[in-house]
Design a protein around this ligand. Structure first.
Ligand code: N01
Length: 560
């Protein structure tokens, strides 16, 4: 079936409808919500700011954008026909292919008839007298619904730092997370600010087109080779043959990945392995001397980070691994000053989201690429024709902000969400988000957040996390209806209990190391409260908790 791009303009008519479920966002979560709601006999409307489905993969069209989970597992599990008929061309798919997949799913299941595109939600308010949500949009629509599901994505609110002079730039100014649909001319003098996952993916590709590329880097990153390759037919065939076992293993894994071995045809679950298994003789990097550590790198390369079980647990082992990593940069980057500028120091590997790359360091050996260490030579202003740092002015035709997102809470903050007594979600979360299971907030009955703060979300294969949340939400609504219940609402006590658990499992990990500043902690956004946002206790454990909560009569929720 050909996958089509939706080119519908902003709908002309204003909607004033009442449905069972209103959904904000038509990414992978919103799309699956349509599938599940329809199957459950619930009427549903999805409101989407873009002109088509795909969410993250609709907005992040920057050169080099690609998934870092294997394609065979970064896909929906709800339809075996879909699994069998879709063919991925690469081990880890690039953005255009994932967007094509999303469109294919929309076509195949006729999802778009329940989605209003080019429609941005401005507010959502709970009407206590009617136990209904009223959702309003920028086009004047008014949707009332029994349940409101925020499928707004974890990394969807672009962070465009307010650097002085930003809006005076007369060249083209772009953000990776809001990339234009039409081809962008990057042949001139290009600047990229940021070296997180987006910047690291975009830089090698832009370097090939640009006359000159200047990378403005504030914090050097740790990035591992993606080792992407074309999809081998025998691997795709092995997955397709064993998809049910693969999906089951994904569901009960630490991070939504099955550990499937195509050659053996078995998953990690079938082999009885667990990521947390401790080998009988623990492999500890900290136990090796300098020569042995060097020999380990020569033998295993980047494999040392997972081979040795203490790298992400013990600060001493972590620093040994970082030292080997830094030597690696020096061996790849020819110019010593450039290598030094690119070398991460002062924070542990495993604190920030792991970045995967394709020839990132090699790119800095090109004559048309240089890096400006803006920690040492800060950007003072953006001028009409470039960027001024403390020491120089760099003329640019195009300036790319690869500066990330107001993660996990930003998209919700940008909607005026009001619960009981008109309490604003952004006020309730002023000191940091409070949720129960990342699914619900006290005082906001029948409001659900898909992959919300306090759930594994960004620490898992997000499609697996989405399916688990959507299944839980729709099953709960169906169950409430069967019991004649009108509302479900968590309590402040349950939120406090869950929040303490989220913090407890994050404590002592590299994510919360004292020297760590990451978007997981809200540290990338000025004024955002510092709080570790996702749940790091493991996906399988989290799923079991959600299942248990339901079977034990919705422990932590009040049904009325
Ligand atoms: O954003 P980031 P991203 N002045 O926040 C810098 C997912 N993703 O879009 O570290 C100057 O990671 C900032 O510097 P610093 C993935 O989960 C996945 O790259 O704050 N610089 C940093 O270098 C990822 O983690 C893929 O000092 C500023 C960069 O901008 C998440 O999305 C691909 C600045 C931002 O890095 C976000 O990644 C892409 C300022 N004012 C994204 N503000 C895959 O591979 C920020 N920076 C699947």
């Amino acid at each position: 079936m050909p996958e089509t791009e939706n080119v519908a303009a902003r709908p002309a008519e204003v909607h004033d409808v009442d449905v069972d479920v209103v959904v904000v966002g038509a990414g992978f979560a919103g799309m699956y919500l349509v599938v599940r709601c329809r199957a459950a006999g619930l009427s549903v409307v999805v409101l989407e700011a873009g002109t088509d489905v795909g969410g993250t993969w609709y907005w992040n069209r920057y050169p080099g954008a690609r998934c870092d989970v294997v394609s065979m597992e970064y896909s929906y599990s709800f339809s075996s026909e879909l699994e069998q008929e879709w063919d991925w061309t690469e081990a880890m798919a690039a953005q255009p292919e994932i967007l094509r997949y999303a469109r294919h799913v929309a076509d195949r299941f006729d999802l778009r008839r329940d989605i209003r595109f080019s429609t941005r939600v401005t507010s959502a308010a709970f009407e206590e007298s009617a136990d209904r949500w009223t959702v309003r949009t920028d086009r004047g629509d008014r949707i009332t619904a029994r349940h409101c599901v925020m499928a707004t994505g974890c990394l969807s609110a672009a962070n465009l730092p307010d650097i002085p002079g930003r809006d005076t730039f007369t060249g083209r100014l772009l953000h990776t997370g809001n990339w234009p649909k039409e081809p962008v001319d990057l042949s001139g003098r290009v600047g990229v600010i940021g070296t997180g996952s987006s910047g690291v993916q975009a830089i090698p590709v832009i370097a090939e087109e640009a006359a000159h590329l200047t990378v403005f880097q504030r914090t050097p990153t740790f990035t591992f080779p993606a080792n992407n390759r074309p999809m081998k037919p025998e691997i795709a065939a092995a997955y397709k043959e064993h998809y049910r076992e693969v999906r089951e293993a994904q569901k009960w894994s630490a991070a939504g990945m099955s550990g499937f071995s195509p050659s053996r045809g078995t998953t990690i679950l079938q082999r009885g392995e667990r990521r947390s298994d401790t080998p009988s003789e623990p492999r500890l990097l900290a136990a090796l001397d300098a020569d042995e550590r060097r020999a380990a790198w020569d033998r295993l390369g980047f494999g040392i980070f997972t081979y040795f079980k203490d790298v992400y647990r013990d600060p001493v082992a972590n620093e040994y691994a970082c030292a080997l990593y830094r030597d690696h940069i020096r061996s790849v980057v020819a110019d010593p000053a450039t290598a030094e500028a690119l070398t991460p120091v002062g924070y542990p590997v495993g604190c920030k989201r792991q970045v995967l790359d394709t020839r990132f360091y090699e790119t800095f050996n090109r004559p048309n690429v240089d890096v400006v260490d803006i920690a040492a030579d800060p950007i003072t202003t953006i001028t009409p024709d470039g960027v001024r740092t403390a020491r120089r002015h760099i003329e640019l035709d195009t300036l790319v902000f690869a500066t990330g997102f107001d993660a996990m809470t930003g998209a919700l903050d940008r909607i005026d969400v009001a619960g009981r007594s008109g309490t604003r979600l952004r006020d309730y979360w002023a000191e940091g988000p409070r949720t129960y299971l990342g699914l619900q907030v006290a005082g906001f009955p029948n409001l659900f957040t898909v992959t919300g703060p306090g759930s594994p979300s960004v620490l898992a294969n997000v499609i697996v996390a989405i399916e688990q949340h959507v299944d839980w939400i729709v099953d709960t609504i169906v169950d409430l209806d069967a019991r004649g219940m009108r509302t479900i609402e968590t309590t402040a006590e349950a939120e406090a209990r869950w929040g303490a658990h989220v913090n407890e499992v994050a404590a002592g990990t590299m994510y919360t190391a004292p020297t760590c500043a990451s978007w997981y902690l809200g540290a990338n956004i000025e004024g955002k409260p510092r709080q570790f946002l996702p749940y790091v206790g493991g996906f399988a454990r989290y799923r079991a908790t959600c299942d248990r909560v339901r079977t034990e009569g919705y422990d932590g929720f009040v049904l009325t």
